[in-house]
Design a protein around this ligand. Structure first.
Ligand SMILES: *[C@@H]1O[C@H](CO)[C@@H](O)[C@H](O)[C@H]1NC(C)=O
Ligand SMILES: *[C@@H]1O[C@H](CO)[C@@H](O)[C@H](O)[C@H]1NC(C)=O
Ligand SMILES: *[C@@H]1O[C@H](CO)[C@@H](O)[C@H](O)[C@H]1NC(C)=O
Ligand SMILES: *[C@@H]1O[C@H](CO)[C@@H](O)[C@H](O)[C@H]1NC(C)=O
Length: 360
């Protein structure tokens, strides 16, 4: 039931936009994006001491003008591609804006590489905006919006906006799975998952209290299969245990979301499950026109971080690789994943969208 609901939301948003085109008002689809390096569009460029950044070559080599922007990809993020498909500009990074800029009325991207659900995730990146920090910034944005267009219109804008949230990968990769950080020692996998679940429920509730209603949470992909994790196995295989923990995370969060949908009036919180789509891409790259999914296009040293440094060797045909660096999909893979998301949308336009459960 999670998938049809996402589709219902997005469909409703598209219909709202189409309706707007016929009137004098501009398109009304507003999106706010919260996340980590999978969705960052350049916030960390503004954090002077952050080690989680990608504002150097060869990042962005396939982006507009071939320039690095702070996206952790050779090209676009999934969020960029979804925005293109929705016919709206990809929202700008919060830290690039004057907080009073009118563009905040069209949406903002708060995502920050290295960020997690927990405050101490990604600690060794020195600076990053944790999910709590991102919500703090968003809280400021809500105040500015209401100051600009009034309390009532502001609340309406916030209620009607779509919130894309992708968090949790770093809580495993750059926290629990790091033997030199305390959380992996201190908690069992079940205890750690409980901690994430409780914290995330609190964060969703906080966004709700700030006016968010239509929230789409992206579940985790098979993290055990990203190049940085494969490199830890003896024969470059996916780490089964890590994938098991991810599946447990997805399942528990999905249940928590169900509970919140009953508890918070008029909320439409959706869990978007992308695990199988990513796994299929990794298991059957040729089916999607790729050649390699077990190592990254950019030849990275996973012992020193796994980012694509400026002196690295980059593969000749970047469209043949599912992974750009040791953590992040390539532009071509992001395109496939965004397409999957949208084909699900359109295959559901025929009926289930209209009859999707109206939560809360
Ligand atoms: C995490 O940071 C937020 C905001 O910066 C703060 O409100 C919260 O108390 C912190 N939580 C922990 C467990 O340190
Ligand atoms: C929010 O705005 C207040 C003043 O308007 C400012 O002092 C504070 O630093 C801002 N907080 C964030 C997280 O941007
Ligand atoms: C990736 O898989 C191919 C077979 O599909 C294999 O020939 C190659 O050695 C693998 N590469 C690595 C780095 O494991
Ligand atoms: C809707 O259903 C019809 C007939 O079942 C099919 O031909 C059409 O392609 C479907 N439309 C979409 C957008 O899936």
């Amino acid at each position: 039931m999670a998938a049809p609901l996402v589709l219902a939301l997005v469909t409703a948003a598209i219909i709202a936009m189409a309706a707007d085109h016929t009137s004098a008002t501009p398109p009304s689809l507003v999106t706010f994006i919260f996340g980590d390096s999978l969705t960052e569009v350049g916030n960390n460029n503004y954090l002077q001491y952050s080690l989680a950044r990608s504002d150097f070559p060869f990042y962005g080599i396939d982006y507009k003008n071939g320039k690095p922007t702070g996206r952790f990809s050779n090209g676009r993020t999934i969020g960029d591609i979804i925005s293109e498909k929705l016919g709206i500009p990809s929202p700008p990074p919060y830290l690039s804006l004057n907080p009073n800029d009118d563009v905040i009325l069209k949406g903002v991207n708060y995502a920050s590489g290295g960020a997690g659900i927990l405050n101490d995730t990604g600690l060794y990146f020195i600076q990053r905006m944790s999910f709590d920090d991102q919500i703090d910034y968003f809280e400021n944005t809500t105040k500015v919006i209401k100051r600009k267009i009034g309390e009532r219109a502001g609340n309406n804008l916030l209620n009607e906006a779509i919130y894309f949230i992708g968090m949790g990968s770093n809580d495993y990769i750059n926290n629990f799975l790091q033997p030199f950080l305390p959380d992996g020692q201190q908690y069992t996998p079940d205890e750690f998952l409980d901690l994430l679940r409780l914290k995330l429920a609190e964060q969703f509730t906080r966004l709700y209290l700030l006016g968010a209603r239509k929230m789409i949470f992206h579940g985790l992909g098979p993290l055990g299969c990203i190049p940085s994790q494969r490199a830890k196995s003896t024969s470059n295989q996916c780490l089964h245990q890590v994938n098991e923990w991810v599946l447990q995370f997805n399942s528990k969060i999905q249940k928590m979301i169900k509970v919140l949908n009953l508890k918070l009036k008029h909320v439409q919180l959706t869990f978007a499950d992308t695990y199988q789509d990513v796994l299929d891409l990794v298991d059957n790259p040729t089916k999607y026109g790729f050649k390699v999914s077990n190592t990254s296009c950019c030849r990275v040293d996973t012992s020193v971080g796994g980012l694509c440094l400026s002196n690295a060797h980059v593969c000749r045909n970047r469209k043949e690789y599912v992974f750009w660096d040791a953590f992040h999909p390539s532009d071509a893979a992001n395109e496939v994943l965004a397409d999957r998301f949208f084909s699900k949308l359109f295959s559901n336009l025929n009926g289930s969208a209209a009859s999707a459960p109206n939560q809360g």
